[in-house]
Design a protein around this ligand. Structure first.
Ligand SMILES: [Zn+2]
Length: 280
């Protein structure tokens, strides 16, 4: 979705100017803001890729501009002539393009830097920063069998696995709860207790949830509002589990419960998603 939104506007364009309005948004670029701006100016942009909360564009000097979206970061291609966004941090002007590329970030956990590319083990290249991040389940090169094998070798709970960026990316707390509800799985079921078909079923639900969410965020993407996280465009009415404490389960009618989980919350149906038996 993101690539479709961004590529037509940036690929093969040359970067005319880079204006860094907030130095903290480029703090990961160790050589500093001036070096980042100088390094980008005049470079031609190649392909656009995404992995988890990272998005990057390749540059004609063999490196890549890496954008980490953090909690609230967005790459926007605002309508020409529209006023600057309140939290605009970096403005990139492309030669011959009618739209500027804006990095907007309210909470400042995100940022951008230029990074070297390394082999990704599948014939392609990824920025060094992104090497340790697994592909997301909608990535055509996502390896289902490898994912299943790795999940089934883990003793940790399945939700913890789904949120582990080294196993799979792109699944946030909301997506995880929704996919687990659809799969009738408790979040604490150890990965090693799942059969291969059960992991496949879970993966199907994960993909359905992500696809639904992206489809519902469609208006956002249509207006070139690029949000890799995808969750913000998802409306409450689509949710079966997340945020529905005390409301009836859409399957069995029992009230859903909320439980603390990794400094956040997990929502589940106490009937459809029973707690696993403890190990003896
Ligand atoms: Zn239920």
């Amino acid at each position: 979705m993101v690539r479709r939104g961004l590529s037509p506007y940036v690929t093969d364009r040359r970067i005319a100017t880079v204006q860094i309005l907030e130095p903290r948004s480029v703090r990961r670029h160790e050589a500093g803001p001036a070096d980042l701006a100088a390094g980008l100016t005049g470079r031609q942009v190649g392909s656009v890729s995404r992995r988890g909360k990272y998005l990057w564009v390749t540059l004609d000097d063999g490196r890549a501009l890496v954008v980490h979206l953090g909690m609230s970061g967005q790459l926007l291609l605002p309508d020409p002539g529209s006023p600057d966004e309140k939290h605009l941090r970096v403005r990139i002007v492309l030669e011959g393009a009618d739209r500027e590329l804006h990095f907007v970030d309210q909470r400042m956990f995100g940022g951008m830097h230029v990074d070297d590319l390394v082999g990704d083990g599948a014939g392609g290249h990824v920025p060094v920063t992104v090497q340790h991040i697994a592909r997301d389940p909608l990535d055509p090169q996502f390896d289902d069998r490898d994912f299943s094998r790795r999940i089934r070798s883990r003793s940790s709970g399945i939700k913890r696995c789904l949120l582990d960026q080294s196993l799979v990316s792109g699944i946030g707390n909301i997506y995880a709860d929704e996919a687990l509800w659809r799969s009738r799985l408790h979040y604490d079921v150890p990965g090693e207790r799942l059969t291969g078909p059960r992991v496949s079923e879970l993966l199907t639900h994960v993909r359905d949830v992500m696809t639904d969410a992206l489809a519902e965020g469609g208006t956002s993407f249509d207006s070139l509002y690029v949000n890799v996280n995808g969750e913000s465009g998802w409306f409450d009415r689509s949710l079966h589990a997340y945020g529905r404490e005390g409301e009836p389960c859409d399957r069995c009618g029992r009230p859903l419960v909320r439980e603390p989980f990794m400094n956040r919350s997990s929502y589940r149906c106490p009937t459809c998603q029973r707690r696993p038996r403890s190990r003896v």
